[in-house]
Ligand binder design. Structure first.
Ligand code: FAD
Ligand code: SF4
Length: 518
């Protein structure tokens, strides 16, 4: 057994854990980062569609189960930086109303115990830290902000600019997506980003995405008080006899079991793995799972209702970097539907290999078909639609013989269907929808359950220990030195991307933790 003792142990280095490490590093306390993955290798395959999308090169090979015990392969990645290594970098603030109770067609999105104003200073800091490019006040739903974006927006390429104008002519309000892509358009020679066509869903070969690895973990390297151990999978947390303190963190380091101890232990494994770790750490004092007196650990799993569609038009679309535009005109509903619908954004540009994956007869694709896919890809505009997924205690993470099992039934489907229907109508009205194809390549796997990129909500925060796992500082109600700092704390999921809220919260909790050990 190792007797190495730390002030902080942070388990996981994604948006939550990586940002927290960045925040705590300068205070000089002894910090141990335990990450089950390696650094993501820099290799030509980073930008190879066949390797990344068809062969799933950077997703875990781990097998989970659905509620019937059928095997699923989750579309998640275990690397330093977590899922931000492959993310699209669309970093949104949530709207003020996203923190309030909102009535949806499919149920209720609950009020948060903290409000937009509590997160606002941290959103501002998060945008600065992750170098977000954007332009304020084009999005009619955008919340108040105390500071402008740190960088100008990433401009549309000509075909997208044309669509931007067509949408405006229809009375809509397209806006530049807020992006954590380190592109310097004024001085391309000095730019980290080369503006390529393999970004959203791909790793960045030239390290130009502002992700949790590049932005946060690499910044902790000069700090002698920070130790990063990779290939270190935490398998169990042990407590003292009263069950009020975590005493040791049992970890498989390159296959060998090691034990670490820390004054404060932070779980930041992503919502599903964080819940699984707490459940796996059940003991006599915590028979239903660590910090699970409320029986809420693992419950209220949300993952957004996400869908991708390809609109084919007669015009060519030679766009290289396509993910530059968002539309929130239907976020809160539309005439005749007084319920939220959701958010629309452009996807990274789809290519022929991706469209080929949608073909049921991929193994026998002929030369003519391949040509047809190329023509389709050259004319397609590719969209990502998100509707809010509502918290449901029956949507949950469980363990079955030690394996992660997801019990999940979609809800709020009318909102998503309405958004999809409306968006197809809009595309047709601007000659962008001669043909509409649904596509699932983004998460590769065919079963929607496996697309857990936007997972959140399995250890929600709140003031009442009977109905929440974490208090407002993301400290577990039941175990004094245990925190969860990733997307687990969400009370609802809104309908814009989750990661800026995870980052902002990590900065907020970091301030609390720095004070606690001051
Ligand atoms: C293809 C794709 C595109 C996306 N695009 C966007 C986007 O444009 N905008 C946006 O806001 N979000 C996007 N997301 C979602 C975003 O990546 C996640 O919201 C975010 O990374 C979640 O942060 P987290 O800290 O909760 O978890 P993660 O980032 O998943 O980090 C968890 C970390 O914990 C580690 N870990 C897990 N279990 C253990 C263990 N037992 N022991 C040790 N380490 C462990 C993992 O390896 C990982 O490093 C995208 C995701 C994907 C997959
Ligand atoms: S567009 Fe820029 S940030 Fe994205 S993968 Fe290409 S070089 Fe990297």
């Amino acid at each position: 057994m190792s007797n190495t003792h730390y002030d902080f142990i942070i388990i996981g280095t994604g948006a939550g854990g990586g940002t927290l490490a960045y925040r705590l590093a300068p205070i000089g306390k002894k910090i141990l980062l335990l990450e089950r993955g390696t650094f993501l290798p820099r290799e030509k395959a980073n930008w190879d569609t066949v390797e990344v999308v068809q062969k799933d090169r950077y997703h875990t090979t781990e097998a989970w189960q659905d509620h019937n015990g059928r095997t699923i392969h989750p579309g998640v990645s275990y690397y330093v930086g977590g899922n931000t290594k492959l993310y699209g970098g669309a970093l949104f603030r949530w709207r003020e109303r996203d923190f309030e109770q909102v009535i949806h067609k499919g149920g209720i999105s609950p009020e948060w115990p903290l409000k937009y104003r509590d997160f606002e200073p941290y959103y501002t800091e998060a945008e600065q830290l992750y170098e977000v490019r954007g332009q304020r006040w084009l999005d009619p739903t955008e919340p108040a902000a105390s500071k402008d974006y740190p960088h100008l927006p990433i401009r549309h390429e000509p075909r997208i600019q044309e669509i931007h104008q067509d949408l405006q002519a229809k009375g809509l309000h397209p806006f530049y997506l807020p992006l954590a892509i380190r592109l310097n358009e004024a001085e391309r020679r000095m730019s980290a980003c080369i503006r390529c066509n393999t970004c959203d869903g791909f790793p960045c070969l030239v390290d130009a995405k502002a992700d949790a690895d590049i932005t946060c973990i690499r910044s902790t390297e000069p700090f002698a008080n920070v130790t990063l151990v990779t290939e270190a999978k935490v398998v169990r947390l042990h407590t003292n006899p009263s069950g009020r303190e975590v005493t040791t963190v049992e970890t498989e380091v390159s296959g060998e079991t090691q034990f670490f101890s820390g004054d404060i232990v932070v779980v930041a494994c992503g919502a599903i793995n964080s819940a699984a770790l707490l459940l796996r750490s059940a003991n006599d004092q915590h028979p239903h799972g660590l910090a699970n007196r409320s029986h809420q650990v693992g419950r209220n799993l949300m993952k957004h209702q996400n869908g991708a569609i390809i609109g084919i038009s007669k015009k060519q679309n030679p766009t290289i970097f396509q993910k530059t535009m968002g539309i929130n005109d239907f976020y809160w509903g539309e005439a005749g539907f007084d319920y939220p619908m959701g958010h629309v954004q452009l996807l990274g540009k789809v290519n022929a290999d991706m469209i080929a994956m949608e073909s049921p007869a991929i193994a026998g694709i002929s030369f003519q078909e391949k040509n047809a896919f190329t023509v389709m890809a050259n004319h397609s505009i590719d969209w990502w639609l998100t509707a809010e997924d509502l918290p449901d205690p029956n949507n949950r993470v469980r363990l079955r013989n030690g394996t992660i099992q997801l019990e999940y039934t979609e809800n709020n489907t009318e909102a998503y269907n309405r958004l999809l229907h409306r968006w197809i109508e809009v595309l047709k009205s601007i000659d962008c929808g001669d043909q509409i194809l649904p596509c699932s390549f983004y998460f590769k796997k065919k079963l929607p359950l496996q697309g857990v990129a936007h997972q959140c909500g399995t250890c929600r925060f709140g003031e009442d220990p009977e109905t929440s796992v974490l208090n407002l500082n993301c400290q577990t109600h039941d175990v004094n030195n245990l925190y969860v700092v990733d997307s687990s704390f969400f009370c609802s999921s809104a309908a814009v991307n989750p990661t800026l809220t995870i980052i902002a919260n990590a900065l907020r909790v970091g301030d609390h933790l720095a004070q606690r050990l001051a």
